[in-house]
Design a protein around this ligand. Structure first.
Ligand code: GLV
Ligand code: MN
Ligand code: MN
Length: 431
């Protein structure tokens, strides 16, 4: 039996109203883009600001107080029975990659708001507050470093990132000012561990596993760690017609060899290692000029931190050897390093109970993609719910979640919220 219908049959008759509202808002938010024919909403762009204003309005409509924090996160709070109680924080991100799908990030923010709106309609208050947060930068597209929004909330934001520049030479510091924020006050976004009972995130799976299992939702076990590097190879630009092949120091040919080596290394790894060169720029960039300088990025992930670290060290050795042999100068910097973040067993249990209560099979799976929970784990236990993704396609405009699955995810999240029990023995557990 198809699980989504299984879930519907197990609960009171419902009209998928949560799912309908979520899909409507996903489309509305997905229309806010820097490009007319594709979805691109990069950190601190004016489109991100428009998206923030839209989400803040939805939060207020749902009965929350709402504000933009010091790094551009949208933050909503729905008080509990007693004002000022610690919160269950629900979140995801509202920035996108370039030429993105509509669901990666916004699904979690919009679903959380839909759940609070449902409680508010019923006049229901809980023994704890609920906060919904839309992180302004999870993807890290603009300033090389990632998880900028959630790191600020976790109090682990690295101030040196303020001096990094985007492709157009704009520093993060200047971009914050243009957005209406004060770069010297990012610390104000930080939250204390005692304020949070847990951090929960609902997210599109971005892979094919739930679809293969014929399940609408799943319980995430851990978020795989990642390392990102920025490489620059410098050779010698020259005339494409006059310099004999043996005398060239072609930076792009060197980069191509590095990319091939990375792919080959990851392909032949038996442990599921993945490596991606997702961005490359060759200078000066003319048909008849030998490229003198090339910059490219490397993203590497594996199921365990030890595996990833060993693999990164190996790849670095290979790139150094290629550069040396080709007489290219190499600069290689780690721009982002995130360890694997395990989801808390007590939160996995509560998510599993909600899924079972909705009538679906409980299925656990790890996340190969990165999420804000990787930063939030520094101040709270983390739980994640995955929602089935059509065809396993993500970071692509064809990314899609069926309305019934969006509805199923929302019902599971709502059930987790309404039955939420803080971890035994934790300060605030008796709130
Ligand atoms: C975020 O989408 C990532 O995993 O790169
Ligand atoms: Mn995401
Ligand atoms: Mn993403």
């Amino acid at each position: 039996m198809e699980s989504s219908t299984e879930m519907g049959a197990a609960t009171a008759v419902h009209d998928a109203s949560l799912g309908k509202e979520i899909v409507r808002r996903i489309n509305e938010l997905g229309a806010i883009s820097e490009e007319t024919d594709k979805l691109t909403r990069i950190y601190l762009s004016k489109e991100l600001r428009a998206a923030a204003d839209l989400i803040l309005g939805w939060m207020r409509e749902a009965g929350m107080s709402a504000h933009l924090d010091a790094i551009g996160n949208v933050c909503g709070r729905y008080e509990g029975e007693r004002p000022g109680a610690p919160c269950l924080m629900l979140g995801s991100h509202y920035d996108t990659v370039r030429d993105a799908g509509k669901w990666d990030g916004p699904l979690g923010v919009i679903t959380a708001i839909a759940c609070v709106a449902d409680l508010n309609r019923r006049g229901k208050r809980l023994p704890f507050a609920i906060e919904v947060i839309g992180f302004a930068d999870e993807e890290g597209v603009r300033f090389a470093s990632t998880l900028l929004g959630s790191r600020a909330v976790a109090g682990t934001f690295d101030e040196s990132v303020l001096n990094t520049r985007d492709r157009d030479g704009v520093s993060m510091r200047d971009a914050l000012v243009a957005f209406g924020l004060d770069p010297d006050h990012i610390g104000a976004a930080a939250r204390a561990r005692r304020e949070l009972l847990a951090y929960l995130e609902l997210h599109i799976e971005q892979g094919p596993v739930l679809e293969a299992q014929n399940l609408p939702v799943g319980v995430v076990t851990a978020i795989a760690g990642a390392t990102r590097l920025a490489a620059r190879l410098t050779g010698m630009a020259g005339h494409a017609g006059t310099v004999p092949m043996a005398l060239r120091r072609d930076a792009l040919a060197g980069a191509a060899e590095c990319i091939g080596a990375i792919e080959q290394f990851c392909r032949t790894d038996a442990g599921g290692l993945v490596g991606t060169v997702g961005y490359i720029q060759a200078r000066p960039g003319a048909t008849n000029v030998i490229p003198g300088e090339v910059s490219f990025t490397i993203d590497m992930r594996a199921a365990t931190d030890m595996h990833r670290k060993r693999a990164v060290a190996d790849v670095v050795r290979q790139i150094e050897a290629i550069a040396k042999r080709r007489h290219l100068a190499l600069q290689l910097d780690v721009t982002h390093e995130n360890r694997t973040a395990p989801c808390a067993p007590w939160l996995k249990d509560q998510i599993a109970q909600a899924i079972a209560a909705e009538g679906a099979s409980v299925f656990e799976l790890p996340s190969g993609a990165g999420h804000d929970g990787m930063a939030m784990i520094d101040i709270a236990d983390v739980g994640m719910i995955f929602v089935r993704c059509r065809g396993g396609i993500s970071h692509h405009p064809d990314e899609h979640v069926e309305l019934a699955d969006a509805d199923a995810g929302a019902r599971v999240l709502l059930r987790v919220i309404e039955n939420f029990r803080p971890q035994e023995g934790r300060a605030g557990a008796n709130c």
